[in-house]
Write a new protein. Structure first.
Length: 129
């Protein structure tokens, strides 16, 4: 496949596979229901990681948002807010050729959000002593 075809296939995957999970996530009343939507979505993304031009980076970004729930350090409302913000931005992406540029910016914003929360709260990694 050409690069153009890969990006078109990726855009279709986003619309058809990932976006429905985003809608479930945003409709969830309970934070853990939103978390479950991301866990399910990431399971559906496993093949995408292999062929998607942005597969690995997008997968990791959602995993890092998921990790905010799991550290035991971040208040769940804060983890939920970060997840909801990322999902809302995700659904607001353009449908044209500028999707790749959008993804780049979205990844930067998610990485900054996760990094700032982990800097504030800590993560679940401990230094070997």
């Amino acid at each position: 496949m050409s690069e153009e075809e890969d990006f078109a296939r990726q855009a279709a995957f986003f619309r058809e596979t990932m976006d429905p999970f985003m809608r479930v996530l945003l409709d969830a009343q309970e934070p853990w229901d939103a978390y479950d939507a991301v866990v399910s979505m990431r399971g559906a993304m496993l093949d995408f990681v292999e062929w998607g031009p942005d597969g690995g980076a997008v997968f990791v970004a959602w995993a890092e948002l998921e990790d905010l729930y799991e550290t035991g350090n971040t208040p769940i409302p804060d983890a939920h807010a970060a997840l909801r913000q990322a999902a809302a931005e995700w659904l607001d992406r353009p449908s044209d050729a500028s999707v790749a540029q959008f993804i780049e910016g979205w990844l930067k914003r998610v990485n900054q959000t996760v990094a700032s929360i982990l800097a504030r709260d800590g993560d679940f990694w401990t230094s070997p002593e």
